[in-house]
Design a protein around this ligand. Structure first.
Ligand SMILES: [Zn+2]
Length: 390
């Protein structure tokens, strides 16, 4: 399976200037090529190369590889645009959005990503440096850093192209890794149901609870601080607010990695699959008081779901996504479903059979049962193909 690892480059000021000039040159060249492609209708790599290659090399000083990649990037962008136009993403033909999108050449931002292949970029994993082509010549010993686990994956499995990008003044390489998957478990002994929530980030049908209390309290504090800073509206306050937002995102990611790792390990150890709710369901079904609502909308559920999905895929653990309707109101014992079964956020109490349980635990059982039923009925495991882990 393919995974994407993002490492941060730590260029010296001189190196950073060279990278910036390079990225700008590549994107200017690509934008110019896009103009030529638009005029001449040459939007396939071979045709467009004929019209643009020589001039790109001459005018922007791009090397042979870089010029080819800039041209290919342009063609790929046109292919995507055409597909989007065809699929109605810009409305109907003749509509204003459609006409606007189709009626002008593609333009690239000065800092848009530029692909690098192995001839333009080499990795020294031991030294944690790369040697990278720029318009000012080859830069050697550009340091990079990343999370230890990801650097291991990178060293062992990196394959093919990487993208150079600049985000918020920082430099990153986004590398594709090809990872061996365990053989998929085609005969799971059952499913582990996982209920994702706010008060509890994840509760499994085995009864393992990943509480959100501590993290939610911290998030609340962060939010208060941020709104204070925003009111201040000075430059340094803005900077601090931004820094805090980054910190919170990193903390959430770290927690999501830990939770997903434990859940997948448990399913793998016991030879089971994992059942999750379809992620769109979480927001729709939750009825919460106002202070919790902000927490709900900003907790990165989608990220937790995708972490579980790729870790499961890697381990050969099948994943089923189930319909989230009424998982929190249905009784996992007698299947009686009613809103009154849920007297409070935390408690499930069946009005028919009298079964009482923690509400999220009851929900995780419903998810487990639905996952198992779907599997038995012959549905395919539905883990997504490619996941960004960085
Ligand atoms: Zn019941």
């Amino acid at each position: 399976m393919k995974l994407v690892v993002r490492v941060k480059l730590l260029p010296t000021p001189v190196q950073a200037a060279a990278l910036e000039a390079t990225l700008h040159a590549c994107n200017q060249a690509a934008t110019w090529a896009a103009g030529v492609g638009f005029e001449t209708k040459a939007q396939r790599p071979l045709q467009l190369r004929k019209h643009t290659y020589a001039e790109i090399r001459l005018r922007w000083g791009l090397g042979a590889q870089a010029a080819q990649h800039a041209i290919k990037k342009t063609c790929d962008a046109y292919t995507t645009l055409k597909a989007n136009l065809r699929n109605g993403r810009y409305g109907r033909p003749g509509s204003r959005r459609h006409t606007r999108a189709a009626g002008k050449p593609i333009a690239f931002r000065p800092q848009a990503a530029q692909p690098y292949d192995d001839r333009m970029l080499s990795w020294q994993h031991q030294a944690r440096t790369v040697s990278i082509w720029t318009t000012a010549g080859r830069l050697k010993n550009v340091a990079f850093t990343g999370q230890p686990g990801q650097l291991e994956v990178l060293a062992a499995h990196r394959k093919g192209e990487s993208d150079l990008v600049c985000q918020g003044g920082k430099w990153f390489l986004i590398a594709t890794c090809d990872i061996d998957e365990a053989a998929p478990n085609t005969h799971p002994a059952g499913f582990l149901g996982v209920d994702l929530g706010i008060v509890n980030i994840a509760v499994t049908s085995d009864g393992t609870k990943h509480s959100g209390r501590r993290i939610n309290r911290k998030r609340e504090q962060d939010r208060t601080l941020r709104s204070k800073l925003q009111k201040k509206n000075t430059k340094s306050a803005k900077r601090r607010a931004k820094k805090h937002a980054g910190k919170e995102a990193r903390r959430a990611k770290d927690i999501n990695h830990k939770i997903s790792k434990r859940i997948v390990a448990e399913a793998e150890r016991t030879g089971r699959g994992i059942a999750l709710e379809q992620l769109t369901g979480i927001r729709e079904r939750a009825r919460l008081r106002k202070p919790q609502r902000t927490t709900l909308h900003s907790w990165p559920f989608a990220q937790l779901g995708s972490f579980i999905a790729y870790k499961a895929k890697k381990a050969g653990v099948p994943i089923m996504y189930v319909d989230p309707a009424y998982t929190s109101q249905g009784c996992s014992q007698c299947h009686h479903t009613a809103r009154h079964n849920r007297p409070s956020q935390a408690v499930f109490s069946c009005r028919v059979c009298g079964f009482v349980d923690h509400a999220d635990h009851n929900a995780s059982h419903n998810i487990r049962q639905r996952g198992w039923m779907a599997w038995v009925c012959g549905a395919q495991s539905t883990a997504p193909e490619l996941t960004l882990i960085a």
